[in-house]
Design a protein around this ligand. Structure first.
Ligand code: FE2
Length: 473
C-alpha cells in the first residue's frame, strides 16, 4: 500500500507561468464540451519578505483550461495588482486582506476612520461586468483581465458614487435579464447593509435597499429568489470601532455571539422593502447553495453550513500545513423561513459533508432544484479529498474520490439540449499529491464517473471559484 503524501502541496506557491496548447490527456472529452474554464485563487503565499497567514490571503493567480477539438490547453498568470507590487517591492502590504496584518499605525487608522485601505488582491471569484471579465474579492475593487491571455488590465471602478467597505465576491446573475445582484457593507458607528443591482452592460450599482445595523455580520454570499433578496446574518459580528482601534486583521475583529441565532433578513427584490427577519439556530456558512419560494410561498434557503465559525480558524496556513484533525467541510442545511412567526427552521439535506457548492445555475438559481455538487472530505485530516453530489429531494448522495487526490470546486456544465437537471459534466481542478501535479478532471455529472483527465507538469495551489465559458456556435 502506498503511503499518503497529503494535500499540503496545494498550500504552497506556484511561481511559474505556463502556456501549453495541449496537455497529456487520459480518456475522452465529450464532443460538445468546447469552451474555457476560468479559475481564480491564490498563486503565491510568500512574496519578498511578505508571508500570508491565511489561505484566503494568497496572492491571486488566474488559470484557464481550454477545451477544444478533444484537447485541453492550459495557461496561468499571476494577477498584477498594487498588492503584489507592494509585496515584491517592500515585503509588506497595505490593503486590508482577510486575515492579514497590515501593520497600519493607530494614528493612520484613526485618521482614515472607516476608510480602510481596500485590497485589490482579487483572488476569490470571476464575473462579467459591462463586457469585461473581472476578478473579485470581498472589497468593491474589481480587477479586469483579458479572458484569452489572462493578462491583467487593471482595476475597473464602478461608475456610481456609493461607498462600500466590504462587498460580496458572490454577486448573483439574473438568468433572464443578465443583471447582477450584490450586497455590501458601509462601516460606521451605525453601519448599513446595502443591496444593489448592476444592470447588464453597466458598471453602476443601483441601490435597492439599505438596512442600518449596529453590529454587522460577516457574510460571504447571499440568496436571490424570483421575488426576494435574503441576507443570512450569521452570529459572527463586528463592532466597527473595534476594527479601527485594535488594528487587528479584518476577520479577527468579528466575535461569535451564538445567542443572536442566524437572522435571515428578507427584502422585496424590486421595491427593496425590508419584509422582515426570521431567526433560526446559530450557524456559519461561506456559501449559499440556492434559495427559492416553494409552492406554499415559503422561502427555502440552502447553505453549506457549519455549527460555528471555527472553520475560519482552521484555514490559517499554519494549522492547515500542520494537518487537520476534523472534517473540512460544511453540511447542506435547509432553513425554511416562516415570515408570519419570524422563525426559521432547519433540516439537514444529506448525511454527507459539502463545501464549494455548485448547481445548474442557469436553470435552477432561485428556483426549486434537485442536485448540488461540491467538494467533501472522507479521510479525517485530508482537507478536501472527494467530490460529492447530493440529491436534495431524496437526501441521497454520490461520491467520487481517489487515493491522495484533492479536488477543487466542481463546475457543472450542462450538455446542450439536455432535459435532465444533471445531464452534463463536472469540471474540477485536482491535485495529485503522489506525482506533485495538478490537472483537470472531467466527470459525468449524472454518475460521477470519470470521463477524462488532463495533467499539468506542476502543481497548482488550491483555488476558490471560477466559471466555464462555452464557445459561441
Ligand atoms: Fe466563495
Amino acid at each position: 500500500m502506498t503511503a499518503t503524501v497529503g494535500y499540503h502541496l496545494g498550500l504552497t506557491s506556484q511561481a511559474r507561468e505556463l502556456e501549453q496548447e495541449s496537455l497529456p490527456l487520459r480518456g475522452q472529452l465529450p464532443h460538445w464540451l468546447e469552451g474555457v474554464l476560468l479559475r481564480n485563487g491564490p498563486g503565491l503565499f510568500e512574496v519578498g519578505g511578505y508571508r500570508c497567514r491565511h489561505w484566503f490571503d494568497g496572492l491571486a493567480m488566474l488559470q484557464a483550461f481550454t477545451l477544444r477539438e478533444g484537447r485541453v490547453g492550459f495557461r496561468n498568470r499571476h494577477l498584477v495588482t498594487r498588492t503584489l507590487e507592494q509585496a515584491q517591492r517592500s515585503g509588506r502590504i497595505e490593503g486590508s486582506g482577510f486575515a492579514t496584518d497590515t501593520n497600519r499605525p493607530l494614528l493612520k487608522r484613526l485618521r482614515g476612520m472607516f476608510h480602510p485601505n481596500l485590497t485589490d488582491n482579487a483572488n476569490v471569484n470571476i464575473v462579467h461586468l459591462a463586457g469585461h471579465a473581472v476578478c473579485l474579492t470581498e472589497t468593491p475593487v474589481p480587477v479586469a483581465f483579458d479572458a484569452h491571455t489572462l493578462e491583467t488590465r487593471g482595476v475597473l471602478p464602478f461608475t456610481d458614487n456609493t461607498t462600500l467597505h466590504m462587498s460580496t465576491a458572490h454577486p448573483m446573475t439574473d438568468g433572464h435579464s443578465g443583471d447582477l445582484y450584490g450586497f455590501g457593507i458601509q462601516f460606521a458607528l451605525t453601519s448599513e447593509y446595502l443591496l444593489y443591482r448592476i444592470p447588464a452592460g453597466s458598471r453602476q450599482r443601483r441601490i435597492i435597499a439599505r438596512l442600518p445595523v449596529k453590529t454587522p455580520a460577516y457574510m460571504h454570499s447571499f440568496a436571490v429568489t424570483e421575488n426576494h433578496l435574503i441576507l443570512s446574518e450569521f452570529p459572527l459580528v463586528l463592532r466597527p470601532l473595534d476594527m479601527q482601534l485594535t488594528g487587528r486583521p479584518f476577520i479577527e475583529n468579528f466575535r461569535w455571539e451564538p445567542d443572536r441565532g442566524t437572522r435571515f433578513q428578507v427584502f422585496d427584490k424590486r421595491r427593496g422593502t425590508h419584509l422582515g427577519t426570521c431567526v433560526g439556530e446559530p450557524c456559519f456558512a461561506f456559501h449559499h447553495i440556492n434559495a427559492f419560494e416553494d409552492e406554499a410561498g415559503q422561502l427555502q434557503v440552502d447553505l453549506a453550513a457549519y455549527p460555528d465559525h471555527d472553520v475560519i480558524r482552521r484555514l490559517y496556513l499554519e494549522p492547515l500545513r500542520r494537518g487537520w484533525q476534523e472534517p473540512a467541510c460544511g453540511e447542506a442545511w435547509r432553513f425554511t423561513l416562516d415570515r408570519q412567526r419570524g422563525k426559521a427552521t432547519r433540516n439537514r439535506l444529506a448525511a454527507r459533508g459539502l463545501e464549494l457548492p455548485r448547481i445548474h445555475a442557469k436553470r435552477c438559481s432561485g428556483r426549486d432544484y434537485r442536485h448540488v455538487y461540491g467538494t467533501g472530505n472522507h479521510v479525517p485530516g485530508a482537507l478536501t479529498d472527494e467530490l460529492v453530489k447530493v440529491d436534495v429531494r431524496q437526501g441521497t448522495h454520490l461520491i467520487w474520490n481517489e487515493a491522495d487526490c484533492y479536488p477543487g470546486e466542481p463546475v457543472f456544465v450542462p450538455r446542450p439540449g439536455a432535459s435532465d437537471e444533471d445531464d452534463g459534466v463536472l469540471l474540477s481542478v485536482i491535485l495529485e499529491a503522489a506525482t506533485s501535479t495538478s490537472g483537470l478532471l472531467v466527470l459525468d455529472a449524472h454518475t460521477l464517473e470519470e470521463q477524462a483527465r488532463a495533467t499539468l507538469p506542476f502543481h497548482l495551489p488550491f483555488g476558490f471559484h471560477g466559471e466555464f465559458l462555452p464557445d459561441q456556435r
